[in-house]
Design a protein around this ligand. Structure first.
Ligand code: MTE
Ligand code: MO
Length: 365
């Protein structure tokens, strides 16, 4: 389905919500199209690239329309390597603490990395007369109508104008050198590097400059971290912490915990990611629940908007060993130990320590 590998973990088919296995996600620094996770709130539209139009308006008389050919011809093409991470990534760890009805149990694979190419949103907005450094917000709306929203509505979100005018934010028509696949927002999507995936609106066809954040349900009501005792069904617009920048996070991707490890040490590895203006500075692995830590090696950085792969060799001195991993950012902030500290009614931002239990064959005498 949707060109994904047969081993893809499909949480829902309508709307389509699927993540790769950790083993598949570990295969490349850039995530192949058939591995990349996909998160949808409604039916996936089928848009003819030749008929697609993007409207840019400010509600005060400015309104412009662009075709894909015009975007390609009128602006310089840029490319950015960026990790997308769903705010619900690792929700399964929160669900293990307490149930979260109506949400998918994403593991640590609702995140993926691609080279996106297209036009800098700043170039497009400047051509529409938008000035740098003015306060305000930029709303993106796609054509897909979601009945998960109250009332049912097209999917939308917004970001601050300053982020929209930053060099990394783009309207992408390409992913890893190929035309943007339909399931990932083709012909054109927004990519907001460093922000939760929810802000990177797919199939975008309307951009509106506003004084305040979008009134769209997915901005005003969803993607907000409510207090742990809040009732999500009665939460109203503006309740909770509205998410933008991705929280520092990391997890294991290999080895596969269902395999038996031979030998008394093993190389483990995974990803670490810090959103927006922060960077992963250190990753550490523990075999004793955080009493002591082993420094992991960080693979070379491939730009500030992409995850870092890490690996470490750790001793395995028991038949069953539970490993933990945590990252630190450039402000020396690190991750909380347990998901229980973070539990929230919609199950967002589980950035507690990653955990992996490995097994050795029973000792023979
Ligand atoms: N139009 C539209 N854009 C959308 C969504 C959607 O349902 N509709 N889902 C958002 C969410 S929550 C995420 S995490 C990312 C997922 O992008 P992907 O499917 O390309 O991985 O798209 C975002 N953009
Ligand atoms: Mo998401």
């Amino acid at each position: 389905m949707w060109n994904k590998r047969a081993d893809t973990v499909v949480h829902e088919t309508e709307p389509y919500n699927a993540e790769p296995t950790p083993t598949a996600l570990a295969e490349g620094f850039l995530t192949d199209e058939d591995v990349f996770y996909s998160r949808n709130h409604g039916p996936i539209p089928d848009i003819d690239p030749a008929g697609w139009r993007l409207t840019v308006a400010d509600g005060h008389g400015m309104s412009r329309s662009f075709s894909l050919v015009e975007l390609r011809e009128e602006f310089d093409e840029i490319s950015v390597v960026a990790t997308l991470q769903c705010a619900g990534n690792r929700r399964a760890g929160l669900m293990a603490v307490r149930e979260i009805p109506g949400e998918d149990p994403w593991t640590q694979c609702a995140t993926s990395t691609a080279r996106w190419n297209g036009v800098a949103l700043a170039d497009l907005l400047r051509s529409c007369g938008v000035e740098e450094n003015t306060p305000g917000h930029v709303e993106f709306v796609g054509p897909d109508v979601s009945d998960l929203a109250t009332p049912p509505q097209r999917y939308g979100s917004s970001i601050e104008l300053t982020k929209a005018m930053s060099a990394e934010t783009l309207l992408a028509w390409g992913m890893n050198g190929q035309p943007l696949p339909r399931v990932h927002g083709g012909p054109v999507r927004v990519v907001v590097p460093g922000y939760i995936g929810a802000r990177s609106v797919k199939w975008v066809d309307e951009i509106t400059l506003r004084d305040s954040p979008s009134d769209n349900w997915f901005q005003r009501v969803a993607y907000r971290v409510l207090p742990s005792d809040a009732d999500p069904d009665s939460a109203g617009p503006g309740d909770g912490i509205s998410l933008s920048s991705v929280a520092l996070n990391c997890d294991f991707l290999h080895p596969d915990p269902t395999t038996t490890i031979h030998g008394d040490e093993v190389r483990v590895g995974g990803y670490a990611f810090a959103g927006d203006d922060r960077a992963v500075s250190r990753v550490q692995v523990s075999t004793d629940d955080g009493a002591t830590w082993i420094e992991a090696e960080l693979a070379e950085s491939q730009g500030r908007w992409a995850w870092r792969h890490w690996s470490a060799v750790v001793p395995l001195d028991a038949p069953e060993v539970e490993l933990c991993v945590r990252a630190w950012d450039g402000a020396a902030a690190t991750q909380p130990a347990s998901a229980a500290e973070l539990w929230n009614p919609k199950g967002y931002v589980n950035n507690s320590w990653g955990r992996l239990t490995l097994h050795r064959p029973p000792a023979t005498t």
